[in-house]
Design a protein around this ligand. Structure first.
Ligand code: CA
Ligand code: CA
Length: 588
């Protein structure tokens, strides 16, 4: 290199450093291809959780070793469901009780910690978890259990702004990773068991000022730039009386962004209360009692918050089959742009990406009882005798007819994200095989109190396992292989071009499987249950893998007959980072 070229290179790299404004829209859009960082929830806005890295592969994964571990410390060791973010040599993680850390990715040393000061009366339904941060510009963002969204300076951890999403005293909270699109921070809300109203909100990422809001339940008004915009749906078109006012539909798992169609996709949870007889607008099954847009996926215009399309998985939902599960954009074998989503209700759906229209559905768990299938319009073919009966006014406790329904209310699949391999064309779906006794009871709405009108007992379907990781072909619905696990699976999966599928178990094992056969190729005992979401990236020519360990989440809160599979598990709170040392990368 001659002196002139050297000088030019130095000048450019200095310029690059001086001009840095942190993470750009372009960086976020390119996240699924950039292997040196992990900038988005889902390892790319399409949420595929697929890495093109193949340095680590089937032939050398046995040489994967711990690089460092980091303890979340304190007495706040509860479920750790976070997906880490990696940028510019720093890892950002969130933890139980609304805490966040910045960690040096090379050494595992803490750079800063932020603890949200939570009020006494927070009302999280299902453990004090958090599912991860977002990054944009020089800020990192995360939501807190008292239903706030906080922007922190990524270098110092100092608060840039802190805004209220909703009133925690009414039962609202926040646990999902925020989504950043075109300079907006986009959030949902949690609290579907308290008669709240689901909503998606978009804020200016720099200032935190609200730009638009979109409620998920028909009859409620949206806003744009501080003024009312349009009503969601048509008042009372699918809800009787005033039930829509406390209609649920929490957007508690956050959303995704499909750049190809310029559409945000958010899911809405169960309609409230669980007792579906109170939300029945007629016996005709003509759509007047569907309770839109609860238990639905919504396509939303990112500029205005207007709903572009909707697809309801469970009309007049009555089993707590929230419709929030992640929607993954992919291209099918014929080159069609599709969405895939595995619903709580036990069916795996393929939708058209342009308009959300139904393409196909396949059962992904065994012995589904509430519906015999999905018809050509995407509507469930109900087994009405498997709907828990209306409360019985003449009995002492008011209990209606009890039924045994499959899946249980915790779902064929709950929040834990599946992944999609661009190499095999398969989805890797963490699922559970269980059912429940469920019955309805009388209920009336009371601010800040549980609003279910139902009781339940969860039961495993099989003696030897509940958890089931399945490799599914989205073109046929065929399950290519299955990995069974005693305890219910509650963490995410990740696929890599190296032919590996990573996931963890409540028993504490972090595992790499062969993506074509399901054969276990590597595992490591992390010391507590894994309910987190693995990531991988490349640092100094070596491939790294990280997962958080720390048992908790919803499963241990609801005993039933599942308890004996999990009640011996120990809590924890660790970040485990592994690397494939250069000298071992080609050892095999
Ligand atoms: Ca990346
Ligand atoms: Ca729910």
């Amino acid at each position: 290199m001659n002196r002139f070229v050297l000088a030019a290179v130095v000048a450019i790299s200095c310029l690059g450093t001086a001009a840095t404004a942190g993470v750009t829209e372009q960086d976020l859009a390119n996240d699924e291809n950039s292997t040196a960082d992990v900038l988005t929830n889902g390892m790319g806005r399409h949420l595929q959780r697929y890495s093109p890295l193949e340095t680590l592969n089937k032939g050398n994964v046995e040489n994967l070793v711990p690089a460092w571990a980091f303890s979340l410390g304190g007495e706040k060791q509860r479920g750790q469901e976070s997906q880490p973010i990696v940028y510019d040599g720093v890892m950002y993680i969130t933890g139980s009780y609304s805490r966040m850390w910045a960690i040096d990715v090379k050494t595992g040393e803490e750079l800063w910690q932020y603890d949200a000061r939570l009020p006494e009366g927070i009302l999280p339904c299902c453990d004090v978890i958090n599912r991860g941060a977002a990054i944009y510009g020089d800020n990192v963002y995360f939501g807190t259990l008292d239903a706030r969204i906080v922007a922190l300076d990524r270098k110092t951890g100092k608060v840039v702004w802190n805004k209220k999403i909703a009133d925690y005293k009414e039962g609202y909270s926040y646990t999902a990773a925020p989504l950043i699109v075109n300079g907006l921070v986009i959030t949902g809300n949690s609290g579907g068991e308290f008669g709240i109203v689901g909503e998606v909100q978009a804020r200016d990422a720099e200032t935190g000022e609200l730009v638009w809001t979109r409620p998920t339940i028909e009859g409620h008004m949206g806003t744009l730039n501080g003024e009312e915009s349009t009503m969601t749906g048509t008042l009372n078109a699918s809800w009787p009386g005033d039930m829509w006012k406390t209609g649920g539909g929490a957007t508690w798992l956050g959303g995704s962004y499909d750049i190809d169609t310029d559409t945000l996709v958010f899911g809405a949870g169960n309609p409230a209360p669980w007792n579906s007889w109170l939300r029945n607008a007629g016996e005709k099954n003509d759509g007047t009692g569907d309770n839109l847009y609860a238990a639905s996926r919504l396509g939303i215009d990112p500029k205005t918050g207007e709903i572009k399309w909707h697809f309801q998985t469970t009309p007049r939902e009555g089993w707590d089959f929230d419709g929030v599960n992640e929607v993954i954009a992919f291209t099918d074998k014929d080159g069609n742009k599709r969405f895939a989503t595995a619903d709580r209700n036990g069916f795996f759906y393929i939708l058209n990406r342009e308009d959300g229209k139904f393409i196909a559905a396949y059962p992904f768990v065994k012995d589904i009882s509430w519906a015999s299938g999905i018809d050509e319009n995407g509507r469930p073919i109900y087994n009405e005798e498997n709907r828990p009966g209306a409360p019985n006014a003449s009995s002492d406790d008011g209990k209606g007819q009890q039924v045994f329904a499959v899946p249980s209310f915790l779902g064929g699949k709950n929040w834990m994200p599946m992944s999609y391999s661009q190499k095999t064309g398969l989805f890797y779906v963490p699922s559970n095989e269980w059912g429940m006794d469920i019955w309805n009871e009388p209920i009336s709405y009371k601010k800040g109190a549980a609003y279910l009108g139902a009781g339940f007992t969860i039961k495993p379907l099989f003696e030897d396992y509940i958890g089931s990781l399945k490799a599914m072909d989205p073109n046929t619905g065929e399950v290519k292989w299955e990995y069974k696990n005693d305890a219910p699976l509650w963490g995410g999966t990740m696929a890599t071009a190296g032919g590996l599928v990573f996931f963890g178990t409540p028993e504490g094992k972090f595992i790499a499987l062969d993506d074509e056969t399901g054969e276990e190729l590597w595992s490591f005992q992390t010391g507590s249950g894994i309910v987190g979401q693995p990531i991988t990236w490349e640092q100094d020519g070596e491939q790294y893998v990280t997962v958080m360990s720390g048992w908790g989440g919803a499963v241990p809160l609801w005993g039933g007959e599942v308890a004996k599979h999990v009640n011996y598990l120990n809590q924890g709170g660790m970040v485990w980072t592994f690397r494939l040392p250069k000298k071992l990368a080609s050892a095999n």
